[in-house]
Design a protein around this ligand. Structure first.
Ligand code: GRF
Length: 201
């Protein structure tokens, strides 16, 4: 199965995918990494011919940027599209184009703390636990059906940075696990819910 990965930054989740593939625990191939940040580290993790990037500011509007990125993704013929630290909101047309086979890793226990700065928000809210979620991407931000979550207990001494680091470790375990389900054909989105092996999650 073919994976397209969308990234904007460091690319540690992309690395987790690539490591699982190398280790033989994820039967998949990364067929392209797509980015809105041409200088990002994530792109360096794959061979030059697998990289696509462009600056949204070089396009007349977001829709035309996403049309171009979407065409490049479609040309790579992925089975699944993974938003792994892609930090830009995706428009409706792009999301609908890949609906049902696009996943996102989000650093919170959704539906808590959608959007940015989740670790700070969890601390400010006085939450006792935080974590990460993998969900199907729908037009509404971080609101698609949740496939899997992992909880991380909070500590009194936590800062956004210490919390982010502990959550990230769990993201790197959870994302390959969900991708194993996806590439095995076990995972579907139906009527805005996530289905694994025919059962609603
Ligand atoms: C991760 O915490 C991801 O959940 C969030 O942004 C961070 C990206 O990290 N959306 P990386 O680029 O995968 O290292």
């Amino acid at each position: 199965p073919r994976l397209a990965v969308l990234c904007s930054g460091r690319g540690s989740n992309l690395d987790a995918i690539l490591s699982a593939i190398s280790a033989g625990t994820l039967d998949a191939e990364v067929v392209g990494v797509f980015s809105d940040k041409p200088a990002c580290t994530a792109l360096q993790h794959v061979a030059p011919e697998l990289r696509w990037s462009a600056k949204p500011g070089d396009f007349p509007n977001r829709a035309s940027f996403e049309q171009a990125m979407g065409d490049a993704i479609a040309a790579a013929r992925p089975d699944w599209i993974v938003c792994a630290g892609y930090m830009r909101i995706l428009g409706n047309a792009f999301v609908e184009r890949f609906r049902g086979r696009m996943l996102n890793v989000h650093p919170s226990l959704l539906p808590r703390h959608r959007g940015l700065d989740t670790h700070r928000h969890a601390l400010e809210a006085g939450d006792r636990e935080h974590g990460a979620s993998i969900h199907f991407v729908i037009p509404e931000l971080d609101a698609g059906a949740v496939i899997a979550q992992v909880a991380v207990p909070m500590q009194a001494t936590d800062t956004p940075q210490t919390l982010a680091a502990r959550v990230l470790v769990q993201e790197h375990l959870l994302l390959p696990e969900v991708l194993r389900w996806a590439v095995a054909g076990r995972l579907h989105e139906r009527d805005s819910t996530a289905i694994l092996d025919g059962h609603t999650l």
